[in-house]
Design a protein around this ligand. Sequence first.
Ligand SMILES: [Mg+2]
Length: 330
Amino acid sequence: MGIELAMRPYRRRFAQPLHTAHGPWGWREGLLICLRDSQGRSGYGEVAPIPWFGSETMAEALAFCRAQGGDWRGEEIPDALPATQFGLESAQAKLTGQLAGQEPAIPADSVANANICGLLPAGETVVEIASQRLAQGHRTLKWKIGVHPIADEIHWLGQLVKALPPDARLRLDANGGLSLAQAEQWLAVCDRINANPQWATVEYLEQPLPPDQLAAMTALGERYQTAIALDESVATVAQLEDCWQRGWRGVFVVKPAIAGSPQRLQAFCQQHQPRLVFSSAFETAIGRRAALAIAARCSPSPAPALGFCTQGWFADDWDTLTPAELWDRL
Ligand SMILES: [Mg+2]
């Protein structure tokens, strides 16, 4: 019996355009997938590409899905289409789980804020916003750095770690924008902070240098105590495997929605037990559920906070809809 493949493209507007290294990001485009068998059972999936972060374009994803002609025969999806691999494989897993009478274990939609990393804006409002995030229940916070002069940012960090409770954790995200000298300066400051048990902990410095400087980041990881995380360096499972083979043993930030095949990601995790931190790609609730299910299966123990603080970023009410309601809305 054949499996029907239906798809519905979407566009959602960010409430405020996101500032990215590639300019403002105003609209999130993606594709919802529905696989349906002859008995009417269905599994939803989501293709949510971010081409400037290393995935295929929306047009490439659409072309592959349209070429299936409305049927899904489990065809191999090329590695050049990682977001499509995620969307179709997770829809297939949902459908297969129902066929076997066992829904895959999906974490509740409302993962408690204590397990989710709260976001802090760049700049000096950080201390004030941090106290709001703590009041919302977050215990791990992420702050964008490399935006203002480094002396100012280090000064604000000093105020922040003293204002936070000692069990709070901070992630500093440089988006690959530091020079080597600046990265050394930050890591020395982080090591000093982490040596003081009365202050909050810097969990890691995220992507201090651009992706082409893996060897320099590996060397920094050996010289300083504070961990370093790769993000822009590892958009896909293939890049994770490559960095692992080249000796990276620090943290990896993974966005399951653009990483590629969930099965291949899970196999990599089981084989190597890497230090993974999972993060959203601004997908809808359909992709979010599938991504959180992967995070639940592949996170190290104890699991680091999830980078899924993305509710309320869009100028719509989609986060309140079930997958079937969202599908019908499009
Ligand atoms: Mg990052």
